[in-house]
Write a protein of this length. Sequence first.
Length: 280
Amino acid sequence: MTTFSAAQIPDLTGRTAVVTGANSGLGRVTARELAARGARVVLAVRSLDKGRAAAATMTGETEVRRLDLADLSSVRRFARDLTEPVDLLINNAGLMVPPFGRTVDGFEMQFGTNHLGHFALTNLLLPRIRGRVVTVSSSGHRAGTIDFDDLSWERKPYRAFPAYAQSKLANLLFTAELQRRLTAAGSPVLATAAHPGMAATNLLGHREPSLLTRFAQSEDDGALPILYAAVADMPGGGYAGPGGFLQGRGAPKLVGRSRAARDETVARRLWTVSERLTAG
């Protein structure tokens, strides 16, 4: 069996990729590798300065545009201004177990950023997407439940990891329902998902360093499942992750997901609720 590496990314000349959160971590590596293979890469970032600094380290054609996924008006503005066809949309940006906060629109920060921001962005760009939508989830989705009665933690006491797990489960349910809708419409666009395992990115920056040293793989290796989901031969709705022990590290391959992430009824309901929450 051939092990996937960045060297196996095909020539992407003439194609446009949008990568959210491309100024650091997995997004930066993903953008770098796509640009190196000839794609025109749009770095969609909150900080233009950080985005430009990241782009300066890349070879190939890049453009930096501001996108704040925690502000739906910013998402709408980004989608309005990006008028060209998009071959790859990489929904990578995210938050992991921050202190409690709310988005500009009043949603719990992780659910609002990790799921609703990307849900809105994808649907706004969908008429111009002609390749794949890759959404980055996490093995943490296995601990998640979708609490339709309190999606934004307005009633129950906030707990950072359950909120994170809910948002990552939402990413997989979104991917599944998006693919179902694309298939029903006869669209050639594919929706896929990926998770990086345990990768030493800035999301883990506050964790105990010894844990990173022992278990985490590098940003470059952590980005491989994302790149695999973007360019490898895999089915719509497929989920890529590291193939090693507990999917923590190793070469990317198709991996399984929790029973909750395969619940078609919940996926459809979440889509409907997300449409309502992001309408504007």
